[in-house]
Each structure stands twice: as structure tokens, then as C-alpha cells.
Write a protein that binds this ligand. Structure first.
Ligand SMILES: O=C(O)CCC(=O)C(=O)O
Length: 258
């Protein structure tokens, strides 16, 4: 579990790294599922925005009870998993992720999400680990972004340089199996990977069910911004109940994973 200081770190800094390491057998299973995904869909070699739309077997790992315990401590008892993506950043030509905040194009109202970022490889400065601007989530506002059309990027929304100071960034150096959890408003990004080691990271996005994942809004406004349509996303029950009474939650049991 997170201690009081770690919970405070999440509130003050916008992220926390708990004392956790995923079991090696689970990591091997994730690697295997990811290899399968890339074999079927080579276009996702660097980045797949929504892995559950292609293979729900990933769910078993997104709903890891120990991970859910951390999320519960940060966003309360009632929450759902609304997405999982894979930033694979392969060796030698791993794409950068520009500085950004997550919630720009997410059809979640009110906007809220805690992202769990799981290191599948050791993440270092050499292979393009994630970087955070500590405390940049605090005013809970989306800052100004512009569209960057460079094809060698995982995402195209990029924060205006005037919105942050890169000198304030901290590198998220993680060992394989470690996780970090970050707030939806936190400014973050990562550099390209020209090293000989891949830097695979899997995200799991959890929203409190006091918020609504608005499929209609997604259809109207956000679908064309992402290759995998937001309006097609299933929202998976994680813990508690749907406080909003407006989300349609999928309930999965362990037998659905095999
Ligand atoms: O892993 C990366 O390089 C970027 C991850 C990211 O943007 C996120 O977790 O929201």
C-alpha cells in the first residue's frame, strides 16, 4: 500500500512511484501478448493507442489487484478502466512523445484520470524514459497545445514551449516491473530512443466513476483524432459502483481472461 507521504507526493507532485514490482510471469505474459499484437498489426510497432480493442487478454494485467489497491488510495473506491495503451519505443528508432498533458482529447466529464505507467523494460535516460514536470498538474487546467505533424512521434499534440520549463523536469527511471501513477493534468513527455535497448511501457487509465466517459461527445468531437475510435471504447468496471449512473460498465471475471 501507499504510505501517507506517497499519497501526499501524488497530490503535490502529480505522480508517485510505489514500492511495487510486477511478477515476472505476468511481465512475460504481457510481452507475449504485445509480440502477438505487433505481429498482427505492425503499424503499432512504436505505439498502440488502445490495446484492449485488439486483445482483451491484456485486461488481466490492467486489473491486477495490487495495482487497483494503489489507484483506490488515490482516486477513491469507485473507478473504472477506460483504456490501456502501449508505448513500445523500440531500440534504435523509438519515437519520442512530445511534452503534453493527457486530457486534451479525452471525452471524460468532469475530466479526471489516474494513469498507471508500467515499465516492461528498464526505463533509463538512454532509452527515453518518461519525464514529468513536478507539480504542473496543480491548477487543474489544460494548457495550450499545438499540432506537431512530425511522423516520428507517438502523439501529435504538443505543449507550447511557453507553457512549461524543461529545466524543471524529472526523469522517471524505473526498473522492469515497476510502475508510476500520474494525474491527468501533469505535464510529461519522453525523448526518442536511439539506444540498443527497447523501452516498452504499458499504460492503464482509470477514471473515478463520478466522471462520465461520454461516447456521444467522443463521436461528435474526438473520433477523428485517434486511429482507434474513442466512441468504441468499452469501460471496464474496476472497483465499487458507477457513481454517475451514466457509464455503462463491462464486468469481467477472471475466467474471461483465459
Ligand atoms: O511512454 C511514453 O513515452 C509516453 C507515455 C504517456 O504519454 C502517458 O503515459 O500518458
Amino acid at each position: 500500500m501507499l504510505n501517507e507521504q506517497q499519497i501526499k507526493n501524488y497530490q503535490v507532485d502529480g505522480y508517485v512511484i510505489p514500492d511495487f514490482k510486477m511478477a515476472e510471469e505476468d511481465l512475460l505474459e504481457i510481452e507475449h501478448l504485445h509480440d502477438d499484437l505487433i505481429e498482427k498489426y505492425p503499424k503499432y510497432l512504436n505505439y498502440c493507442p488502445a490495446i484492449l480493442q485488439y486483445d482483451e487478454r491484456f485486461l488481466k494485467h490492467c486489473l491486477n489487484e495490487k495495482i487497483l489497491d494503489f489507484v483506490e488510495q488515490l482516486i477513491g473506491n469507485n473507478f473504472a478502466l477506460w483504456n490501456s495503451s502501449f508505448f513500445a519505443k523500440p531500440a534504435l528508432n523509438g519515437h519520442a512523445t512530445p511534452w503534453h498533458q493527457d486530457g486534451q482529447y479525452w471525452p471524460i466529464r468532469p475530466l479526471a484520470t489516474c494513469t498507471v505507467w508500467l515499465a516492461i523494460d528498464d526505463a533509463t535516460e538512454e532509452n527515453g524514459c518518461l519525464k514529468f514536470i513536478k507539480g504542473s498538474h496543480k491548477d487543474k487546467k489544460l494548457k495550450k497545445h499545438e499540432f506537431n505533424k512530425d511522423k516520428n512521434l507517438t502523439l501529435n499534440q504538443e505543449l507550447l514551449k511557453t507553457e512549461y520549463n524543461e529545466n524543471d523536469s524529472v526523469s522517471l527511471i524505473l526498473m522492469r516491473g515497476q510502475i508510476s501513477l500520474h494525474d491527468v493534468y501533469l505535464v510529461h513527455g519522453s525523448e526518442a530512443n536511439f539506444s540498443t535497448n527497447s523501452r516498452r511501457g504499458m499504460t492503464m487509465r482509470f477514471m473515478p466513476t463520478t466522471s462520465v466517459f461520454d461516447h456521444e461527445l467522443a463521436r461528435e468531437k474526438y473520433n477523428n483524432l485517434n486511429a482507434s475510435k474513442y466512441s468504441d471504447r468499452k469501460i471496464y468496471h474496476a472497483r465499487g459502483v458507477d457513481k454517475s449512473n451514466k457509464n455503462i460498465l463491462e464486468y469481467m471475471s477472471t475466467k474471461d481472461f483465459n
